[in-house]
Design a protein around this ligand. Structure first.
Ligand code: ACO
Length: 335
């Protein structure tokens, strides 16, 4: 798709979709694998179970199903989609999994690419897509968050394996010449603290021929300092949301929903508390899915929209945070 320079002034949110695999890994089952208990996991994280991809389920497959559901809700013709961004840290093709989703959908006019920012990825992708739409380059975008962290979890590390699950979510965003429903946003990175949570490459040194060396490709497992990540989240997330609300002349009373990356119920409660959000405004479904990385925000959003909790014109303060370290916030009006 070529940019058309339509000079739109804003974006609106037209549809949502999500998908989770069928396999359910309960706390009881995980307790048979590592030395933990349902009581410990629920009291420290709020998580009861998580979904794990089946052998033939990939990020492309999950992302495709979530995107299709979002397109169906938005009632868009596939040919009218200009842009597909897949936020993922676990692509099934390192060269990019988004084009595979584009092909499965048959969205033949869309340009499709991956974006990686761990648990902030979906939010960063929504903001990125919105810039193309507001610039007038493109008219319709699908933004997907999909991750398959089960492939990279150390299933013998009880400090981290209890947290993560697999899934996908997507939304449909359209350029509009009416008011902007992406009211404001903020994005941050701090690579100095990157070692608190990473999934580094793990390479073997070898020789191609003679004295020409190379590193074989491969990845290790998720490496996490839980306490530092926890401290980072409960400090930075309230700050970035607070500053965004100030900048946009909003306060917690004017916000209908607080939609945070679903990492840990204690993080959600602490951030909500710091920002004076009443508990019923804090969206949470992590008890069922755990931390699905880039997928948690659209998974939660789609559930709340389909349950008719989130309604047209509701104001949502959302924040993604995680590895990088990276974090961001956006204030959106749904619709
Ligand atoms: N079951 C039982 N005991 C456990 C478990 C477990 N699953 N895990 C750790 N413990 C033990 C520890 O060994 C430790 O025992 P010790 O005192 O004898 O040494 C004790 O419990 C306390 O360990 P802490 O690490 O201090 O536990 P904490 O209360 O910090 O909870 C947790 C750990 C849940 C990981 C928490 O730190 C957390 O949620 N941090 C944020 C992590 C996160 O959200 N990461 C993802 C970010 S998003 C992204 O980008 C992917």
């Amino acid at each position: 798709m070529e940019g058309t320079n339509l000079h739109q002034i804003g974006v609106s949110f037209k549809g949502s979709g999500s998908y989770v695999p069928n396999q359910i890994l309960t706390n009881k089952k995980i307790s048979k694998k590592v030395d933990t208990s349902d009581e410990w996991i629920r009291s420290r994280t709020g998580i009861s179970q998580r979904r794990i991809s089946g052998l033939s389920e990939t990020v492309s497959e999950m992302g495709y199903k979530a995107a299709l559901a979002a397109i169906e809700m938005s009632k868009w013709d596939l040919e009218t989609i200009d842009l597909i961004i897949l936020a993922t840290s676990t692509p099934n093709d390192l060269f990019g999994s988004a084009p595979n989703i584009q092909a499965r959908l048959g969205a033949n006019n869309a340009v499709a690419f991956d974006l990686t920012a761990a648990c902030s990825g979906f939010l960063f992708a929504v903001i990125t897509a919105s810039q193309f739409l507001k610039a007038g380059s493109y008219k319709r975008a699908i933004v997907i968050g999909a991750d398959q962290l089960s492939s990279y979890v150390d299933w013998n590390d009880r400090r981290s394996c209890i947290l993560f699950g697999d899934g996908a979510g997507a939304i449909a965003i359209e350029a509009t010449n009416e008011l902007d429903n992406l009211i404001g946003f903020s994005m941050r990175s701090d690579g100095d603290r990157g070692a608190f949570l990473n999934l580094p490459s793990q390479n073997n040194q070898d020789l191609i021929i003679d004295d020409i060396t190379y590193l074989s490709g491969g990845y290790s497992t998720i490496n996490m300092n839980g306490q530092e990540v926890y401290k980072f989240a409960v400090r930075e997330v309230p700050l970035i949301i607070e500053n965004l609300l100030k900048k946009t002349n909003f306060n917690s009373e004017k916000i209908d929903w607080l939609l945070l990356h679903q990492a840990n119920q204690r993080i959600l409660d602490s951030v909500g508390d710091r920002l004076n959000f009443s508990p019923e405004k804090i969206l949470s479904n992590l008890t069922n899915y755990g931390n699905t990385s880039a997928a948690t925000i659209p998974l939660m959003l789609d559930e709340a929209i389909r349950n008719k909790k989130i309604k047209q014109n509701d104001i949502i303060a959302t924040s993604g945070f995680g590895a990088g370290l990276s974090w961001g916030a956006a204030l959106i009006k749904w619709g």
